[in-house]
Design a protein around this ligand. Structure first.
Ligand code: GLN
Ligand code: ZN
Length: 761
């Protein structure tokens, strides 16, 4: 059997590309210098892949920012506002990625969206009526030649025509169908040119096929590919899918003239049954995604080899489930984690080793006798060190239906809280963090490096909190926060204190452009060993008469921004985390904290791509997990939650079902569309739709905030509305924050007065 991967990480094992690109942004290096780093990264990748024995080596999976943006530019999908600015091609590319402000003009970036069910984000191509689609670039050709010159024969990887059209925004009258023919011609000519310079295989990625598809989608797909395939000549086309199965189109796909089809056997629940029941043509290659491209655990060879045996009547190529872009580079740079942990992990480079092992083992009849197999088997046979905690397992197994239900019901609590908290109409608050100024970061770093004592660190934070409380009182906010100065990241902060998590040093994964994240690993059963936030909250509350929000991260977000376990379900892991956070909630309450916010910024992250699976696969346990966190509090304790980074309009009933008392969310950039949806769904939870965008240093005026609130009041009852910014303020500067919050409070006061006079109701 042969082996293949779909794509490889590209920011560099030590994030070299990120740092060089940022230098380029700051004009410290030239385009040519940046290009040198890019070439080095590509060279290293190809040589690593070649040395590993991989048969199908990708090229054109490199990107300076994003592959979909590369594809758009390749086909001249460049909105007019970026053309004729006098920018170089690379400057134009980066202007589309991140906006441009300078001597040559002022343009905003393209919109950015989540790439399917990952934490990677792509730039949304914009197709205008005037867009002239044609093959305008040569990146795939150049990279193919570059690899060839190094003695590496590659398979160029290009995002497919269907996915490109489905993910693009059409800004004018003309829609996907109107651009189909010119785009078909452009893809065909690219494939032809790749063939001319020696490419034998071209991989076209069509992850969009794993969604629920309707007849129109299927017809479009067939139209596009019947034409592209009829002109492919000698070039072999691999249709690559990932992030799920292609149940809606499988029977048609296998009848089309593809030379290979890539299926995901990890996330594609129905992949195996589709192949078994409907067969697979003997003249085509079946690229079987059996090594998980999204998680960091070792592959279970026993399971994989029996899966491959089930496919033995077909021409199988062993592959990854998706691009390795979604896992870190290599374990080689992890010097702090002991071997008892790391031998259970495989990052991108180690997965290449797994593919090589599987390739050898798959061809041996009695692979059970091989050392590599036995060693792998033992990893799964043994109990992983420090991972199991029977008390936690028992507690989860004893969760009862009533543990998911908070009593009394919402309306009754609402009345109790109204009199106990005695807040004004349109209460004002913030989302939690205050500006993380240089001194705050320096303090945390010094403490982590052991340069300052625990007590010095705490003293510094207490001083910061004292200033923060004084500032909020001076501004006149109604519900205060402590500012989150002790926290680096909303997940890492809790992960570090919970038992069951592991942290890496260099295991970065690209989130978008030059931004990378370093997700913690859920290693074992999760529990809380001691109170995590109570001391800070109690201290803060002691400084003020006003209510102060305790601030926690919710279980779904903690799980979604970590690498989850594979030996138990994510549902079970989430329940474990939920119980730990529940204990913290109850501790805060018994220590006099009357309002507790549980952030679920990433609630939507693992929502299945198929709508038909939303409830049965995800929301049916994710929403209860949140309720488990707060169902034990007294009626007078007010529970807030906060959400951002994604659209929620389509899951509004599920959000209401979280049964929080208040929800604040990001709204200022989505034209308040979400409010219509709240109204339609008769949303009961009180709401604080953000009245200004905290991602920008711009200070909103009082009038502007009032206008936003008046709009909100058209859709939300006045008893239900809170006034707050979009999200935490940690990335903002101090001066703009004070000005913005002053305006926010002033706007709330004026709106209250208007409302009391009977205007604006
Ligand atoms: N409470 C967090 C903060 O204010 C919420 C962050 C988030 O939603 N991403 O920083
Ligand atoms: Zn937020």
């Amino acid at each position: 059997m042969k082996t293949s991967i779909i794509g490889y990480p590209r920011v560099g094992a030590l994030r070299e590309l990120k740092f060089e690109t940022e230098k380029y942004f700051r004009k410290e290096i030239t385009e040519e210098q940046l290009e040198i780093t890019a070439r080095e990264i590509r060279k290293k990748q190809w040589l690593t892949l070649k040395d590993s024995g991989l048969d199908f080596i990708p090229s054109n999976d490199f990107s300076f920012y994003d592959n979909l943006l590369d594809t758009a530019v390749l086909f001249n999908i460049i909105p007019e506002r970026y053309v004729n600015m006098g920018l170089t091609p690379l400057e134009t590319y980066f202007a589309m990625a991140r906006g441009y402000q300078g001597g040559k003009g002022d343009v905003k970036a393209l919109a950015m969206k989540k790439w399917f069910n990952t934490n990677y984000h792509y730039m949304v191509p914009e197709i205008e009526d005037s867009t002239e689609i044609r093959l305008a670039g040569s990146k795939p050709l150049e990279e193919f030649s570059e690899a060839k010159a190094l003695g590496v024969k590659t398979k160029p990887v290009i995002i497919g025509i269907f996915t490109l059209l489905k993910l693009s925004r059409f800004t004018g009258e003309r829609k996907a169908d109107d651009f189909a023919d010119s785009l078909i011609a452009a893809y065909s000519s690219l494939i032809e040119q790749l063939g001319k310079i020696g490419a034998r295989w071209v991989q076209l990625d069509e992850p969009y096929l794993v969604h629920d598809l309707d007849e129109k989608d299927i017809a479009l797909f067939e139209y596009l590919y019947s034409r592209i395939l009829s002109s492919k000549g000698d070039v072999k086309i691999l249709l690559q899918t990932y992030f799920g199965d292609v149940r809606d189109i499988y029977s048609r796909l296998i009848g089309m003239d593809f030379d290979g089809v890539g299926l995901d056997f990890i996330e594609g629940r129905k992949a195996l049954s589709l192949v078994k029941e409907q067969g697979f043509p003997s003249e085509k290659l079946l690229f079987a995604g059996v090594v998980n491209g999204k998680n960091i655990w070792r592959n279970n060879y026993g399971k994989t080899l029996s899966l491959l045996r089930e496919l033995s009547e077909y021409n199988v190529v062993i592959s990854t489930s998706c691009s390795l872009l979604h896992v870190p580079y290599t374990l080689k740079n992890e010097s702090l984690l002991s071997e008892k942990y790391t031998r259970h992990f495989a990052f991108a480079e180690e997965k290449l080793g797994e593919l090589a092992d599987l390739k050898l083992l798959a061809d041996i009849t009695s692979y059970e006798d091989e050392e590599t197999f036995k060693e792998n088997k033992s990893l799964f046979a043994e109990e992983r060190a420090d991972s199991s905690d029977s008390a936690v397992q028992k507690r989860v197994s004893q969760i009862k239906e009533e543990d998911f239900i908070r009593l009394p019901a919402f309306e009754e609590r609402e009345a109790v809280q109204k009199s106990s908290l005695n807040l004004p109409l349109f209460p004002t608050t913030t989302i939690g963090s205050f500006p993380q100024t240089a001194d705050v970061k320096a303090n945390r770093r010094a403490w982590k490096n052991g340069d300052t004592s625990e007590e010095e660190h705490k003293q510094f934070n207490r001083e910061k909190i004292r200033e923060c409380v004084a500032l909020q009182e001076k501004i006149g906010l109604d519900v205060l926060v402590h500012g989150e100065y002790e926290r680096n990241d909303m997940v890492e902060y809790f992960g570090e204190q919970l038992k069951g998590f592991l942290f890496t040093e260099k295991a970065w994964v690209q989130s978008y452009g030059t931004r990378c994240v370093k997700p913690p690993i859920i290693w074992g059963d999760v529990s809380r060993e001691r109170a995590m936030t109570v001391e800070w909250s109690v201290y803060t509350q002691s400084l003020t008469e006003k209510p102060m929000k305790g601030m926690l991260t919710g279980p779904v977000t903690i799980l979604n921004w970590s690498f989850p376990r594979e030996d138990i379900s994510i549902r079970e892991s989430t329940y474990q985390i939920a119980l730990a956070i529940r204990d913290e909630v109850l501790d805060l309450e018994s220590n006099g904290i009357r309002i507790i916010q549980v952030d679920e910024a990433a609630l939507r992250e693992k929502l299945p791509l198929r709508k038909s699976d939303w409830y049965s696969e995800y929301l049916d346990w994710a929403i209860p997990a949140f309720r488990l966190v707060h169902s034990g509090v007294k009626p007078e304790t007010q529970i807030h939650t906060h959400m951002c980074y994604s659209e929620f309009t389509d899951i509004i009933p599920a959000i209401d079902d979280m049964d929080a008392d208040i929800i604040t969310f990001e709204a200022s950039r989505s034209d308040l569309l979400i409010l219509d949806s709240l109204k339609e769904n008769n949303f009961k939870t009180k709401v604080g739709p953000g009245v200004y965008d905290i991602h920008s240093p711009r200070v909103p005026s009082v009038e502007e905030i009032k206008a936003a609130v008046r709009e909100m009041l058209k859709k939300v009852g006045r008893e239900k509305l809170w006034i707050n910014p979009d999200c935490g303020l940690k990335t903002r500067g101090e001066t703009e924050t004070v000005k913005s919050l002053n305006n926010l409070v002033q706007a709330a006061r004026e709106i209250r007065a208007e409302s009391e006079r009977g205007i604006g109701q």
